[in-house]
Design a protein around this ligand. Structure first.
Ligand SMILES: Nc1ncnc2c1ncn2[C@@H]1O[C@H](COP(=O)(O)OP(=O)(O)OP(=O)(O)O)[C@@H](O)[C@H]1O
Ligand SMILES: [Mg+2]
Length: 342
């Protein structure tokens, strides 16, 4: 069994999905919600969420709930850290394509970097979307995550690139990575190759986010083996739900056989459209099936995300005051409050 040295978190980091007692439970009527300290919160800490709060007509003035009716806490701006590392590794994973994995990896990473966390993004998709999204061209790379996997003489320090965002670094990928899946099949401990490759970087970062490709093949199993947490972005449409059970099955198998530390940090609804009942129904179904694994932050559908991709910037830099940027900052704070990130 190979698990990253020093990456095991005790205390708050292992609280995982635990929510305060007052925020548990099912669809409690909003009137029963406790008083929440919304008075005097800064813009940063407001539970703004791309318009969906407006779609909760029963919310009493001054009180807000999330999409499924849980009281929406104020996720406080996390205090700055006075030291960095060891990193907690989080795989952003869903075998369904186009659900917002790359968008979430980049923007969550950028939001955590804004809060002073040292963040390493690992592009683990031959499409190179995370690399492009932070302004790195996948075509003219000397070294990429592919070399890190297949060449034992290449170490992670040689592959990491700085981005224009302070505190945000990248292990880039390009089409070369598509060959790795086949090449690694015959390797010893083939599921733990990424674990080993990331280990020297753990002490330099607070969080390492792995942008997985849309498959459940060997590369994704490597990401799940290297990770302590998984974030599952889920597009708010019905077909999306079917894949989650399959993904959960894979996560359970990896946990059982390769990585007992693995846990699901949260399911993140993306492309939520507050104007449709459909989006809300999907989120409610996820809550019925997975309970508080469903994150309270929801990412709305907005064309600003593709616009930011074209500009090769996280939305937090491209349109810092847009509700999409605010939502990813809130996600960062929610994950810190859940203990998934320091
Ligand atoms: N909240 C959103 N609202 C609108 N468009 C979005 C949103 N999130 C992502 N997109 C867009 O949807 C497309 C797919 O998103 P993204 O690349 O993040 O998904 P993915 O799961 O990484 O896809 P793949 O499986 O191909 O890797 C992109 O064009 C992206 O800009
Ligand atoms: Mg992607």
């Amino acid at each position: 069994m190979i698990t990253p040295q020093g990456a095991k978190h005790s205390g708050p980091a292992r609280r995982g999905l635990a929510l305060p007692e007052s925020h548990r439970g099912s669809l409690a009527p909003v009137s029963a919600a406790p008083e929440l300290p919304y008075e005097g919160v800064s813009y940063e800490e407001e539970p703004v969420n791309t318009g969906y709060l407006k779609a909760v007509p029963e919310a009493a003035p001054g009180q807000t709930t999330d999409v499924v009716g849980r009281p929406m806490p104020v996720f406080k701006k996390p205090p700055l850290l006075d030291s960095h590392g060891p990193a907690r590794v989080i795989a952003v994973c869903n075998q369904k394509g186009g659900v917002g994995k790359t968008t979430s990896t980049i923007n969550l990473g950028a939001a955590l970097a804004e809060y002073g966390r040292k963040v390493l993004l690992v592009d683990f998709d031959p499409q190179g979307g995370a690399s492009v999204g932070v302004g790195i061209s996948p075509y003219d790379l000397d070294l990429s995550v592919y070399n890190l996997l297949v060449d034992r003489n290449v170490n992670i320090g040689q592959v990491v690139l700085k981005t224009d965002i302070p505190n945000l670094d990248l292990v880039p990928a390009n089409i070369d990575l598509s060959a790795a899946e086949v090449q690694l099949v015959g390797e010893v401990a083939r599921e733990s190759i990424l674990t080993r490759a990331l280990r020297p970087a753990l002490s330099d970062y607070d969080v390492i986010l792995i942008d997985c490709q849309p498959s459940l093949g060997l590369l994704t199993v490597n990401a799940l083996t290297a990770a302590q947490g998984v974030i599952i972005p889920l597009e708010c449409e019905f077909l999306a739900l079917r894949g989650v059970a399959l993904l959960k099955d894979t996560i359970d198998k990896v946990e059982e056989r390769l990585n007992p530390d693995l846990q699901i940090d949260g399911i993140l609804p993306t492309m939520f459209d507050s104007r449709t009942l459909h989006s809300r129904e999907v989120v409610n179904r996820v809550y019925e099936a997975f309970g508080d694994t469903l994150l309270q932050t929801v990412i709305g559908r907005t064309v600003k995300f593709p616009d930011a991709t074209v500009a090769a910037k996280p939305i937090t830099a491209f349109a810092p005051n847009h509700p999409g940027a605010t939502a990813y900052r809130q996600l960062a704070r929610e994950l810190v409050s859940r203990g998934a990130v320091r």
